[in-house]
Write a protein that binds this ligand. Sequence first.
Ligand code: CAA
Length: 281
Amino acid sequence: MLCQRLLTRVLQTRAFSTAPTLSYEYIITETKGEKNNVGFIKLNRFKALNALCSPLMTEVSEALTGFETDPKIGAVVITGSDRAFAAGADIGEMQNMEFPEVYTKQFLTKWSFLKQARKPVIAAVNGFALGGGCEVAMMCDIIYAGEKAFFGQPEINLGVIPGAGGTQRLVRAIGKSKAMEMVLTGEKMSAQDAEKAGLVSKVFPVEEVVGEAIKLGERIAGMSKVAAAMAKECVNAADNLSLDEGERLEKRMFHSLFACKDQKIGMTAFLEKKQPEWTDS
Ligand code: CAA
């Protein structure tokens, strides 16, 4: 049943890839960019500050799967509202959950679909990115922030801890001392400090951040998709591999690109002072 629904949505996404695509309850999806090659997911649970209830995350997963399987799409932008990217997992949904349920149903585990995406995913963050919202942003590949954005892991205030990778990714992004302070106190970090600390790639005026993220998506979508996917895989592998292992992976990926048409196309175009016409193969 779920597979059928997913397949239907994927086919719909393909069929209407130049216009607002599907009608979901908690998100809006479109394709963006001059070539309609950027997938766009807007979290749309405005009154609840985009609290990430399970159905919302299921919709994001379905939308992302649709964009992953659409050969025209070269990057995906995820955003929220000006007030909140997302204020965390849905506290109302979690309040009365019991251990057997969260453990056996692997609550939050499915969110890892975000880190498994092969196409580059950009988070365009305005307002609050708290708890699961901060974790979702960190699962994306690049974060652009509006100048009034705030990042934080306030779960300690609820008597719990981050459960979707916050304790791990925040340390890797901003170092142990800053991460520990945020996780133990729930203190928020401004967009400006997040940029200085390396959590965020760039900060823009509130009204520009989504447009800039789409422009970035277009630039990435204009690259060879096979090279972009390998670049992403290598950069993300750096979190888990030693330097030697990481270099080995990178070298193998680099070598394997010489089996792809786009390596010949890119290098020939450079030498002939032309623009490359990628085949994504
Ligand atoms: N879950 C459910 N509802 C939420 C929510 C959340 N995470 N965050 C905000 N809301 C709801 C509020 O309950 C409120 O709903 P009502 O209007 O129906 O009362 C609405 O959104 C607006 O929120 P506020 O009135 O609180 O707005 P504010 O401007 O005064 O404060 C805020 C904004 C500082 C973000 C505050 O809402 C807040 O602290 N939210 C909770 C943040 C949080 O603790 N996040 C972590 C959740 S746990 C988690 O994410 C675990 C994990 O690792 C995945």
